[in-house]
Design a protein around this ligand. Structure first.
Ligand code: FAD
Length: 398
């Protein structure tokens, strides 16, 4: 069977792209190819589940624009499809004088990005989150919580209902260009497609290379460990409590997240993972590690960020250190209040100069569209990113 479009990766971006294309009359037949036995089991199923408002991102950036539009599209989709979510709002909390300037800068960005956000003083903070001790804060009423995997699974159902295919247990191992199409070699056989879309998340650089690109970046897997509040300690967090993030780093810092089922997660931190799917410290995936160690940009990044790296690793190895980071926001939390839970791995592109690529990055060639950097808030922005890819793809068929 020859397909118009083959999408590699059955996470939220692959499924959102398929959903957008499935409604396009120019596309007769498409397929989503996923290596796992189920969809959304990597980043999509292992994230914090926060519907971001878009407050943090550089005005005019793809993150800022697509988060704002994508959030609205996500909520409309969930309303239409009966998927649970809750817009509970969040607070960003400054605990020391040196964080105040950074807090103001975030507030300004929020205003520039058109996000509803307002400063709160310690009394207002205490009303919103009685166990938080901060000297200033920002309230963002439009942040929310959701299970992104349930969105991904529903998108896939709708793709199937429109007579397109989702193929699981099929790992893409090679892509061969032919005169007017590509042959995608998978562990489950060959697939011919006029156009290939690479939504392979943690493997997007490898797939781009298979497709003939020579990416100037590499995906670095950053592992984040979560803890969870014991049931008796859940009262310590009403909704979402965030620290003021380090502006040199693309991660938001360990935060408290109430989930739809009432549990409260704390985290994630961010350390180099021992493999692209290294969800625990051992075993070390040698092929992945060698690839990272051979990449020049990695060593430049290490020289720049080794202090943060050590601090984050200490949090992974020591519950006490992790607790200390949480206590900056909620001082009364104790070691007995938290238990270690799951971990997730972020796919973060790093360029040859050792800079973590901040914005979303999509690279197109004749027959392949590669989604090369889609870190947070890409789950919130998923439907919008899918729409943008669909526009690029459909224009080639019309
Ligand atoms: C810890 C963590 C917290 C986060 N928190 C948030 C948040 O609160 N809010 C938010 O908006 N975003 C958040 N994000 C970001 C968000 O989860 C991701 O941006 C988003 O899920 C990316 O989706 P994806 O489809 O690109 O990737 P993935 O979900 O990783 O999907 C990629 C898929 O490609 C498949 N694949 C890879 N290689 C192959 C191959 N060779 N053949 C076939 N299939 C292949 C994989 O198996 C996988 O299923 C977080 C991410 C992490 C890791």
């Amino acid at each position: 069977m020859k397909y118009d479009v083959a999408i590699i990766g059955g996470g939220i971006l692959g499924c959102a792209t398929a959903y957008r294309l499935a409604d396009n009359p120019a596309i007769r037949k498409l397929i989503v190819i996923e290596k796992e036995s189920d969809l959304g089991t990597h980043q999509t199923g292992r994230n914090s589940g926060v519907i971001h408002s878009g407050i943090y991102y550089t005005p005019g950036s793809q993150k800022a624009e697509n988060c704002r539009v994508g959030r609205r599209q996500l909520l409309e989709f969930c309303d239409r499809e009966g998927i649970d979510y809750e817009i509970c709002g969040k607070v960003i909390v400054a605990v020391s004088d040196d964080e105040i300037t950074r807090l103001h800068a975030i507030l300004q960005r929020g205003v520039q990005n058109g996000i509803r956000c307002n400063p709160v003083d310690p009394d207002e903070l205490a009303e919103l989150e009685p166990h938080v001790r901060g000297i200033a804060g920002i309230r963002v009423p439009d942040a929310g919580i959701i299970d992104f995997r349930s969105v991904c699974l529903r998108l896939a159902d709708l793709v199937r209902e429109r007579d397109h295919e989702i193929l699981t247990n099929a790992e893409v191992i090679a892509i061969e260009p032919r005169s007017d199409h590509s042959v995608v070699q998978t562990s489950a056989g060959e697939i011919e497609a006029t156009l290939v879309v690479n939504c392979a998340g943690l493997y997007s650089d490898r797939i781009a290379r298979m497709a003939g690109e020579e990416p100037t970046f590499q995906i670095i897997p950053f592992r984040g460990v979560y803890y969870e509040l014991r049931e008796e300690a859940r009262h310590l967090c009403n909704n979402l409590i965030y620290p003021v993030p380090d502006p040199d780093y693309p991660f938001l810092g360990v935060h408290f997240t109430r989930m739809l089922d009432g549990r409260v997660e704390c985290g994630p931190n961010a350390v180099l993972a021992t493999g692209r799917e290294g969800y625990s410290l051992i075993p070390v995936e040698m092929k992945d590690m060698m690839e990272i160690l051979r990449f020049r940009g990695f060593w430049t990044m290490v020289r720049k960020h080794w202090r943060q790296g050590i601090a984050e690793m200490a949090k992974t190895l020591s519950k006490k250190r992790y607790l200390r980071a949480l206590q900056r926001l909620v001082p009364s939390i104790t070691q007995d209040d938290i238990v270690r839970s799951r971990s997730g791995i972020r796919a973060q592109a790093l360029d040859r100069n050792g800079e973590l690529v901040d914005d979303f990055l999509i690279i197109e060639s004749d027959r392949v569209v590669n989604v090369c950097n889609a870190p947070s808030p890409a789950a919130t922005a998923g439907l919008r990113i899918g729409q943008l890819i669909c526009e690029r793809v459909a224009s080639r068929f019309s």
